[in-house]
Unconditional design. Structure first.
Lengths: 174, 149
């Protein structure tokens, strides 16, 4: 505290306030739109559905119904494998409210085979310090009776044991 | 292809920020907890409330805290007909800039006036303190219209 600051007598012998909580909260109703609704319904039946752009040929995931590069509708449905590669990842060392995850854990961007955009997910069943870019992984789904139209239906991704993908094969997606 | 039903779901974004407050805001918030409102004297002699750490004109460090009264005068106001969650009151109220006695600037707070007909610039208001105070601007539950002295 500033040495020059003089407190009124009433505040001199009480514990000062040092910090305040200033939570920011925004409550939305998220409407998925047609394309993402199709994708989420696919997830509820353990299928990963992307959509291909007729101009650039890239497969968008999760599909939003149009190509962000070419601005045209992505009408063609493409069913993707529920396995792919870790393109990039981070080791989470900080606990945040609402998370029951044991630290440290790994969040990764997983590029399913055939897709041009990655899904965000957890990587488990391997020590966190052995996870690497290019590692081959497969989806671990929740039990069938727990499948829902959201990405919580993929519990996490686990290594398949296949050889790592070479960097050149996914460098566009990092 | 028939349009399938569009999925929707609640989505809440929440950032649980906390921050340190510095010496002057600390004194202000501690004062609120103890039931006292503090301003700070600026270089030109005006009393600023809520208090600032540095002079708004010269940027000099400000150190003279001033205890203010529990009564004040509404400078400007705006009626809030449909309060939202976490606003100071759950019934219609006025947002007002209130010049507390002894201060030269306005403190933004709620006036529990019941209806906009009871609001006017220049009206006198009084602090309504919460019973349980924690060191927050919400320790002032609201202001209430006070009869002219």
């Amino acid at each position: 505290m500033s040495e020059l600051l003089v407190l009124p007598p009433a505040l001199r012998d009480v514990e000062p306030v040092r910090s305040i909580r200033t939570p920011a909260r925004l409550e939305y109703t998220f409407r998925a739109g047609e394309a993402t609704s199709r994708f989420l319904r696919g997830i509820a039946s353990k299928r990963i559905l992307g959509e291909r752009c007729p101009v650039c040929g890239k497969v968008m995931l999760p599909p939003r119904g149009s190509c962000p590069t070419d601005g045209v509708p992505t009408g063609e449905q493409v069913e993707l494998a529920d396995r792919g590669i870790v393109t990039t990842f981070c080791v989470v060392n900080v606990k945040f409210s609402g998370s029951a995850m044991e630290l440290p854990y790994v969040c990764a961007s997983v590029l399913p085979d055939g897709a041009d955009m990655g899904l965000f997910g957890l990587v488990q069943e391997i020590p966190f310090d052995q996870i690497r870019m290019g590692m081959r992984v497969e989806a671990v789904w929740v039990d069938d009776d727990e499948l829902q139209p959201n990405l919580a239906s993929i519990k996490w991704w686990r290594p398949t044991g296949e050889p790592d993908a070479p960097y050149e094969s996914y460098r566009e997606h990092v | 292809m028939p349009a399938a039903e569009i999925l929707s779901a609640p989505l809440v974004l929440e950032y649980p920020f906390s921050r340190t407050v510095g010496p002057v805001q600390s004194a202000f918030l501690t004062g609120l907890r103890e039931g006292v409102v503090l301003g700070v004297r600026a270089v030109d002699g005006r009393v600023v409330c809520p208090p600032m750490e540095y002079d708004p004109t010269t940027s000099d460090e400000l150190t003279e805290l001033v205890e203010l009264g529990e009564m004040g005068t509404v400078a400007t106001w705006s009626w809030e007909p449909e309060p939202r969650p976490n606003q100071p009151l759950d019934r219609p109220f006025a947002w007002a800039l209130i010049r507390l006695d002894g201060a030269d600037t306005g403190l933004l707070h709620a006036v529990d006036a019941g209806s906009p007909e009871r609001m006017a610039s220049g009206m006198r208001v009084r602090i309504h303190w919460k019973d349980e105070r924690v060191g927050s601007i919400t320790d002032i539950a609201c202001f209430e219209p006070a009869e002219a002295a």
